[in-house]
Design a protein around this ligand. Structure first.
Ligand SMILES: [Zn+2]
Length: 116
């Protein structure tokens, strides 16, 4: 069972209370972007077996979007954080490093230091 904590209202609930929104931290392609970059933005998504950063909405609660770091194989949640973050906060990256190794934390945290 996947249990998530909404970072806004603090509610811990099963995934049925939330709605998935796909991969987190996607960068939009501007009008000067290439066709290949726009196609990749629209259709190409990571589908790792392991740590993945995702968008979720607290559909049956406060209604706000947030981001979660979780393992797609075991459903282990490493943390949730506000949707406005540029990357996972250091506490979430530390938790990933402790449980899955520094390589996994570096893979999801590369180039995306938390700005919040
Ligand atoms: Zn909420």
């Amino acid at each position: 069972m996947l249990m998530l904590v909404c970072p806004y209202c603090g509610v811990t609930a099963e995934e049925t209370e939330f709605a998935p929104g796909g991969e987190a931290h996607l960068s939009r392609v501007g009008p000067d972007g290439s066709d290949e970059a726009f196609e990749a933005y629209l259709f190409a998504r990571a589908n790792p077996k392991g740590v993945h950063l995702e968008r979720w909405r607290h559909a049956y609660g406060c209604g706000k979007w947030f981001l979660a770091a979780r393992c797609t194989a075991t459903l282990e949640v490493f943390g949730t954080y506000p949707a406005q973050s540029k990357g996972p906060p250091p506490a979430v990256l530390d938790r990933i490093a402790d449980r899955r190794g520094a390589g996994a934390a570096a893979r999801v945290g590369r180039g995306a230091p938390d700005a919040s």
